[in-house]
Design a protein around this ligand. Structure first.
Ligand code: FAD
Length: 498
């Protein structure tokens, strides 16, 4: 009786608070303007939890009411899954739950789900200039979605993914219980470190293992157009990028620009790097392994690791480090993302074909993130994220646009799909693999009805490969009534499979 009264009191106080915060809170955390249209269904309410009991109360109340709950931390889901729904819903917003406690003594930190990556990097930097954490390069991305979906960044070749460096978690389950790694058990802990926690509960916090970074790191950005031999260099990058020393991470971005020589449209390949060491050692490694890039000392900039985070986010040199505490994204636009995995280098005539198609389409950009190093050493089943040995890189398809409206949206979505189709012969097959954090609803949508197991297999096999079945088994055990559900959640086993 006392419990139910305290739940009701707690709920009332949250609801009163949320009514006053709902509209500003919702629009300020819509990170993809594609979903900021009047036609998008709005949440019935937004619960801005400030205590774990608010999460517990929200779950219990929503379960009683049969209401769809969406969990939002940083709001960066590429398909708006944390704040868009076809059915009536409310948002449990975690942005107030963002404390970060760093302990340099045991090289760990407890990080609440509503914190951003920028806040994590800043709080580590406040205590040490020789520690960091391997996670994404965009500082406003939220810990809740990023870590629970894998989380990769430019130290992935040295230290693996964020989830490879998570050692504990606090999760509120479907019964409102607050669990840690020990009380939730290894299966559930495994599932929420890469399988998308929103199928299993609400993550309150993760405990991370910090990694060591040198006092001086080196960055560079080198660009080559077709006229500057880009095809040969891109071809060569595919052969070396995953085999370079694990201290080197060279992202390759391919886009369409106007040639400074002819004024005609051309392809530009940009090579964007982080090296965990000084420029002299980098140059010597590059001369041995990738001389074709023609890297020069003048291309290299030495800085601290935290400054490299700012450099990678394209903040101008000299920007104060506390910009990492800002929650305002640098760019707000309409966008679509898709992903692929490359197992074999694309031959030169294949590159030529893709470059010609890109020049026709003009807008979509391809970003190649190299794998290898630590990523190849971790077994496919260690975490739900299965894309380990055998991958040269992950490819991201990115299309951004500024026009509102469904017509513009359809136009740019279609361009992205066309490039994805052109790439089919060159990328992974059976399944055509994809990265959960690059959420893509084209891979399948779950209606969470009687067919949910089959619907889930469409995207589940692409995101998780052989780990999909274990994710389904864990789900069936911990949330048999599928309370934690969304358009691409992990379904329960159907009765004929139990
Ligand atoms: C600009 C930009 C840059 C990016 N860069 C990278 C990158 O470098 N590396 C990378 O790996 N990814 C990157 N991403 C993708 C990003 O990691 C994912 O979109 C991630 O899911 C975002 O997390 P979020 O908390 O901000 O998003 P949200 O939209 O809040 O959440 C995403 C998903 O996680 C669920 N979720 C959120 N919080 C919780 C919680 N507390 N408990 C349970 N479930 C929860 C949501 O319900 C939703 O399904 C980038 C995205 C953007 C927009």
């Amino acid at each position: 009786m006392t419990t139910s009264i305290s739940v009701i009191v707690s709920l009332l106080s949250i609801f009163i608070q949320s009514v006053s915060l709902a509209s500003s809170s919702d629009s300020s955390y819509i990170r993809n303007l594609r979903f900021n249209e009047s036609t998008n269904r709005k949440p019935l309410l937004i619960i801005t939890a400030i205590h774990e009991s608010h999460i517990q109360a929200a779950i219990i109340c929503a379960k009683t009411q049969g209401l769809q709950m969406k969990i939002r931390s940083g709001g960066h889901d590429y398909e708006g899954v944390s704040y868009v729904s076809e059915v009536p819903f409310f948002i449990l917003d975690m942005f107030n739950l963002r404390s970060i406690n760093v302990s340099i003594e045991d090289e760990t930190a407890w990080v609440q789900a509503g914190a951003t990556l920028g806040e994590v990097y800043y709080r580590i930097y406040e205590k040490s200039n020789t520690h960091g954490f391997p996670a994404g390069v965009c500082p406003t991305v939220g810990v809740g979605g990023h870590f629970s979906g894998g989380g990769y960044g430019n130290m992935m070749r040295k230290y693996g993914l964020s989830v490879d460096n998570i050692i504990d978690a606090l999760l509120v389950d479907v019964n409102g219980q607050l669990l840690n790694r020990q009380t939730m058990g290894e299966d559930l802990f495994w599932a929420i470190t890469g399988g998308g926690a929103s199928s299993y509960g609400v993550v309150l916090a993760y405990k991370i293992k910090l990694v060591r970074v040198p006092e001086t790191v080196t960055v560079f950005r080198v660009e080559r157009t077709l006229e500057e031999n880009a095809t040969d260099i891109v071809y060569r990058w595919q052969q070396v990028a995953d085999k370079l020393h694990e201290d080197i991470f060279i992202r390759m971005i391919i886009d369409v620009v106007n040639s400074s020589q002819s004024g005609e449209k051309t392809i530009r390949a940009s090579f964007f790097a982080l090296f965990l060491g000084d420029s002299q050692r980098l140059l010597s490694l590059m001369n041995q392994s990738f001389p074709e890039l023609g890297l020069k000392q003048t291309d290299c900039v030495e800085m601290s690791w935290v400054e490299s985070v700012l450099y990678w986010t394209s903040f101008p040199t000299g920007t104060p480090v506390n910009i990492l505490l800002s929650r305002v994204p640098q760019v707000l636009t309409h966008l679509k993302r898709k992903s692929d995995y490359l197992k074999e280098p694309i031959p030169k005539d294949g590159l030529k074909y893709i470059f010609e198609r890109m020049i026709e389409l003009e807008t979509p950009v391809l970003t190649f993130n190299p794998y290898g190093g630590r990523m190849s050493e971790i077994p496919e089943s260690a975490k739900p994220f299965p894309h380990r040995a055998g991958n040269i890189c992950k490819i991201q398809y990115a299309t951004n646009w500024n026009e509102d409206g469904i017509e513009a949206s359809n136009h740019y979505l279609n361009l992205t799909k066309m490039l994805y189709a052109y790439m089919t012969p060159f990328v992974s097959k059976f399944p055509r693999e994809a990265f959960l954090n690059y959420r893509d609803l084209d891979l399948g949508i779950n209606h969470n009805g009687p067919n949910s197991y089959v619907e889930g297999a469409f995207y589940g096999n692409k995101y998780f490969k052989g780990n999909y079945n274990r994710l389904v088994q864990v789900k069936t055990k911990v949330d048999p009534d599928n309370f934690f559900r969304n358009e691409q959640s992990i379904p329960t086993l159907p009765s004929w499979r139990k």
